[in-house]
Design a protein around this ligand. Structure first.
Ligand SMILES: *[C@@H]1O[C@H](CO)[C@@H](O)[C@H](O)[C@H]1NC(C)=O
Ligand SMILES: *[C@@H]1O[C@H](CO)[C@@H](O)[C@H](O)[C@H]1NC(C)=O
Ligand SMILES: *[C@@H]1O[C@H](CO)[C@@H](O)[C@H](O)[C@H]1NC(C)=O
Ligand SMILES: *[C@@H]1O[C@H](CO)[C@@H](O)[C@H](O)[C@H]1NC(C)=O
Ligand SMILES: *[C@@H]1O[C@H](CO)[C@@H](O)[C@H](O)[C@H]1NC(C)=O
Ligand SMILES: CC(=O)N[C@H]1CO[C@H](CO)[C@@H](O)[C@@H]1O
Ligand SMILES: [Cu+2]
Length: 573
């Protein structure tokens, strides 16, 4: 028993990151960076628990944010970044992977050690956290996928600067508490400061967090242990020739927003902090927890040699049974949790490729650089493999539309300037600081009909709640509907029922489980069932979810979230 348990604790995950570029003189051309020359790194692992006399106990952690230099590629000069770590020397990009155990609280004091001047341009004309003294960089940490109290949720207004010298209006505490009472799965932590999320993440403030539950997971016999169970955090960045991260400092509407741009794309694809890395694998099954940590880039992954993805979970929750696909589309901040069986490979290497246009779904085709992610070098010798593809995974209680206590309509709007460039995006036509309108009752489920009135696919993320995607229905006579919505901003008065009648898009099998982010197709109404309770049990939350400052929900294209495709979410008891 003890042995199984310890083994399971050490079954870990791995992260990948990726970069992108714009035409500018001193930008490094991605063709100058030879691919697959750096080994895929494993991020350091930190456990939020310890075993004392055979019993699990919480082990409080302190994780800092440090400015340091990071080598993204063999031939790229060191890059100034912001990195999470237990010390400046230990800080990495992505940050350390935090491992938690179901039922054991994690306590983390997030410490800001960042000096005053931001390494990236930012824009004070969008609603932004600005310290009174103009000193320090506002930061706050959100654990994405966490079911925890509002005070520890990293509300955008709960920011703090270096050594807590200044704090935002809803800040309450230094030490965050994560109860880890939810289902096991993949989470990630990242910055969430008002108006600074896109730049703070671009600078490097991201990391993975895994909740393990041996009772649920051991019987599955999925690939386990540091070697076979890896987290890949993928993101895109662009670099200047001197190694600095490139972000345009000129907005597309400079007279309105001097810097803000609607989407950041980089041409260099980074996995676990290295550009186009390589990993040597054995001829057997592996588990990859792939986290898309891009600001705006969608990825559609596939293997050059036809290897398949065996999906076991999506975002934070296990699927009922494995789903096999030859490609997988990941929106920003979505997580694919897949097995890959390298014994099925007919060749001795495989490139993990990406063919998603950008912006998705109507943008440019990928090129030689951003169409490749990483390379697997597959050893020749066949191996005995004790891992298996289980017939079934984890079955959560059935979620029924009839259980919903309320139906809401959530409309996504984009506004443009007279030169037809986006100036800002709002949910329900409202600014973030307008009074809260979404106030679900703790313990209930609701139907949300999300109406995308823009041209982009917006990955919607809801804090605290998990949701099931029911269907996506094309709007008919959508120009008429959009004109009405722009005037009245009221889906019922604009007769949504008569417009949500077009073709339906089937939800892919591997995305039918519980999600915390989903892609809202333009011109469609996406119906989701959101649950403000645990998915695996009827126990009530062990914290007051109705406390201040509440939660938020938002588009996870960070450039949209910052300007300001985000609204408050306040639970009531
Ligand atoms: C840095 O990481 C190492 C290895 O994980 C650990 O032993 C050490 O205590 C860490 N140092 C600091 C200052 O946190
Ligand atoms: C790289 O060049 C940019 C633009 O010239 C400059 O702003 C930045 O400080 C430089 N970075 C380093 C690390 O020298
Ligand atoms: C990653 O997420 C970003 C932002 O949500 C999205 O634009 C991008 O397409 C996603 N990429 C992948 C590979 O999923
Ligand atoms: C995956 O399979 C689908 C349907 O069979 C096919 O249309 C698509 O081209 C395939 N993609 C790749 C990358 O092979
Ligand atoms: C929760 O309660 C509902 C209704 O009483 C029941 O159908 C469901 O099975 C319960 N779920 C669990 C996990 O106990
Ligand atoms: C109803 C509505 O406004 N739909 C928009 C959704 O996105 C498409 C582009 O993909 C626009 O053309 C539609 O106007
Ligand atoms: Cu968006």
């Amino acid at each position: 028993m003890e042995r199984i348990l310890v083994f399971n604790i050490f079954c870990l995950a791995l992260l990948i990151v990726l970069p992108t570029i714009w035409a500018e003189d001193n930008l490094i051309s991605p063709s100058k960076l030879e691919k697959f020359v750096d080994e895929l790194p494993d991020m350091p692992k930190i456990q939020s628990f310890e075993v004392v006399n055979g019993v699990f106990k919480s082990k409080p952690l302190e994780i800092g944010m440090f400015k340091k230099q990071w080598k993204f590629h063999r031939d790229l000069p060191p890059t100034p970044v912001y990195a999470y770590g237990t010390s400046k020397r230990n800080a990495t990009i992505p940050g350390p992977t935090i491992e938690a155990i179901h039922g054991i609280d994690a306590f983390v004091t997030w410490q800001n050690h960042l000096p005053s001047n931001h390494i990236l341009p930012w824009d004070p004309t969008i609603p932004t956290a600005v310290p009174r003294t103009k000193k320090g960089i506002p930061t706050v940490v959100h654990l994405h996928g966490s079911i925890g109290e509002p005070e520890s949720d990293g509300h955008a207004h709960s920011w703090f600067t270096r050594r807590f010298k200044e704090v935002g209006p809803t800040w309450t505490k230094k030490e965050y508490q994560y109860p880890n009472l939810q289902h096991p799965g993949n989470l990630w932590y990242h910055d969430h400061a008002m108006g600074l999320t896109r730049v703070n993440l671009l600078a490097g403030l991201i990391g993975a967090y895994i909740i393990r539950d041996r009772d649920v997971e051991t019987p599955l016999r999925l690939p386990c242990g540091d070697e076979f169970d890896r987290t890949l955090m993928v993101f895109d960045r662009s670099f200047l020739t001197n190694g600095s991260i490139y972000m345009s400092s000129t907005g597309n509407n400079p007279s309105i927003h001097p810097q803000w741009q609607p989407e950041y794309f980089g041409d260099v694809i980074i996995v676990n902090g290295k550009a186009w890395p390589r990993l040597t694998v054995r001829r057997r099954k592996y588990r990859f927890r792939i986290i898309n940590a891009s600001n705006a880039r969608f990825f559609r992954f596939f293997f050059s040699n036809g290897l398949k993805f065996i999906h076991v979970a999506a975002d934070s929750a296990y699927l009922e049974k494995p789903v096999i696909t030859n490609e997988t589309l990941l929106a920003p901040s979505e997580i694919a949790d897949v097995m890959v069986d390298f014994s099925k490979s007919k060749s001795d290497s495989a490139i993990l490729g990406n063919d998603a246009v950008y912006p998705y779904p109507s943008g440019d085709a990928v090129n030689e650089a951003n169409g490749k992610v990483m390379k697997f070098i597959i050893k020749k010798e066949p191996e005995l493999d004790t891992w298996r593809v289980p017939k079934t995974l984890v079955k959560y209680p059935h979620a029924d539309l009839s259980s919903a206590s309320k139906t809401r309509y959530i409309a996504m709007y984009e506004y443009t300037s007279d030169i037809d460039e986006p100036t800002h995006l709002y949910i329900n036509g409202k600014q973030f600081d307008e009074p809260v309108t979404e106030t679900p009752r703790v313990g209930t489920s609701e139907i949300w009909n999300v109406i995308n009135l823009t041209e982009d696919n917006h990955p919607l993320h809801i804090h605290l709640g998990l949701f099931k995607v029911i269907d996506q229905t094309k709007l008919v006579k959508e120009e008429e509907f959009k004109a009405c919505m722009l005037k009245l901003n009221d889906a019922i008065k604009c007769k949504i029922d008569q417009h949500a009648r077009g073709d339906k898009i089937e939800v892919p099998a591997h995305e039918k489980g519980w999600k915390n982010v989903y892609k809202m197709t333009p011109g469609f109404v996406t119906k989701i069932l959101v649950r403000f309770a645990f998915i695996h049990s009827n126990e009530s939350y062990p914290f007051d979810a109705a406390a201040q400052p509440g939660y938020v929900y938002h588009c996870h294209i960070l450039d949209h979230e910052d300007n300001v495709m985000m609204r408050p979410l306040k639970l009531i008891s």
